[in-house]
Design a protein around this ligand. Structure first.
Ligand code: ADP
Ligand code: TRP
Length: 323
């Protein structure tokens, strides 16, 4: 089974990225042949500063490794180090009906967020389809917001196979974990950089993390009154970090009343800070050893390129571009 996923180096990682994509990807590396990459071609749609693109890519590599991506188990590389993917993008573009792209909500969302419109932004899902299809991927772990891109990938693969030959491209399955499909942000909307409502995995200091947690929006139920844990963002976030018993305790305490939200925020803060403690240590080690990170990415790109080449050769033959 081949598992593949990518993440854009578009800024600091938050716990929505972690539970939506990274943690499932890290767990899956024990279950099959894992392929994970830093989507720097994709990030060009929104980052136009070369220094920022390079540094973000590097920070993302460090952070993903710190969180548990194991280069002994998973192939890990920067997307643009496997340029074959852009050739497949063109080939797939020629079987992708315009209507498929016009239906994509992420393009409209990104324009609404102020990202400038470009052909790259519009064609973004075709590049994503190429990322997935060029590795004969079976499973793609992502957050729910990527569901439509995965459907498009499957539809494009099917179109290609209908035109050029059955089973030329493998049809992948998304893997979206329902319990963490959308991690709420500080204001209860989906946690996202673009909403400015994130809790970062690696907040610089305890103080900064605590300050953020204190900003979580709660209602005005008085301290002594019973509170409803269902639908509370604070409880939803706590669930990601706490044991089943600790979660039950918090819910019971909500229902009993007698504690203010500040008390629960403190509990959430402690749970998050200790959850990421081993990753912070690992991250400090990686930052001190930049050569190691470079080696991981370079050897990953070599392995990824070999696989990509095989599928691309098959596609070039089937389409009449080669042979
Ligand atoms: P952002 O919305 O902050 O820009 P990205 O779109 O770069 O985040 O998301 C990168 C990965 O993290 C994707 O697989 C996406 O589905 C996942 N992800 C992002 N935010 C969340 C969230 N709030 N809950 C679950 N998964 C998320
Ligand atoms: N579009 C994805 C995101 O914004 C990143 C991505 C690019 C990706 N290529 C991919 C995810 C291939 C899974 C598979 O998060």
């Amino acid at each position: 089974m081949r598992i593949l996923s990518g993440i854009q180096p578009s800024g600091r990682l938050h716990i929505g990225n972690y539970f939506g994509m990274m943690e499932p990807a890290i767990r899956l590396q024990d279950e099959g042949e894992a392929f994970y990459f830093i989507a720097n071609y994709h990030a060009m749609t929104s980052i136009h500063d070369p220094v920022a693109l390079r540094e973000n890519s590097r920070d993302l590599a460090v952070d993903f490794l710190a969180c548990g991506l194991d280069p002994e188990k998973a192939t890990f590389w920067r997307q643009a180090d496997v340029p074959e993917v852009t050739e497949l993008t063109w080939i797939l573009s020629c079987v992708t009906p315009m209507g498929f792209l016009e239906r994509c909500v992420s393009f409209k969302d990104k324009i609404a967020q102020g990202i400038s419109s470009s052909h790259g932004l519009f064609a973004y899902p075709v590049l994503q389809a190429a990322d997935i299809l060029i590795f004969d991927s079976d499973i793609v772990p992502v957050g729910r917001d990527q569901k439509q891109h995965l459907e498009l990938t499957r539809d494009v693969a099917q179109k290609f196979n209908d035109r050029y030959g059955d089973e030329l491209l493998r049809i992948p399955e998304p893997r979206i974990r329902e319990e963490t499909a959308t991690v709420p942000g500080l204001d209860g909307r989906k946690m996202s950089k673009s909403y400015n409502n994130t809790i970062d995995i690696f907040e610089e200091t305890e103080k900064k993390l605590r300050k953020k947690i204190m900003k979580i929006v709660t209602d005005s139920t008085p301290v002594e009154a019973p509170k409803n844990p269902d639908g509370s963002y604070l409880v939803q976030l706590y669930e990601l970090f706490a044991s089943a018993d600790a979660l039950d305790e918090m819910k019971a305490s909500y229902r009993a009343g007698g504690q203010g939200y500040g008390h629960y925020k403190q509990q959430l803060f402690e749970a998050i800070w200790s959850y990421f403690a081993p990753m912070r240590d690992k991250r400090a080690e990686l930052i001190a050893d930049p050569g190691y990170v470079d080696d991981v990415l370079e050897s990953g790109a070599g392995r990824a390129r070999e696989k990509a080449r095989q599928v691309l050769d098959r596609v070039r033959q089937a389409t009449g571009l080669a042979g």
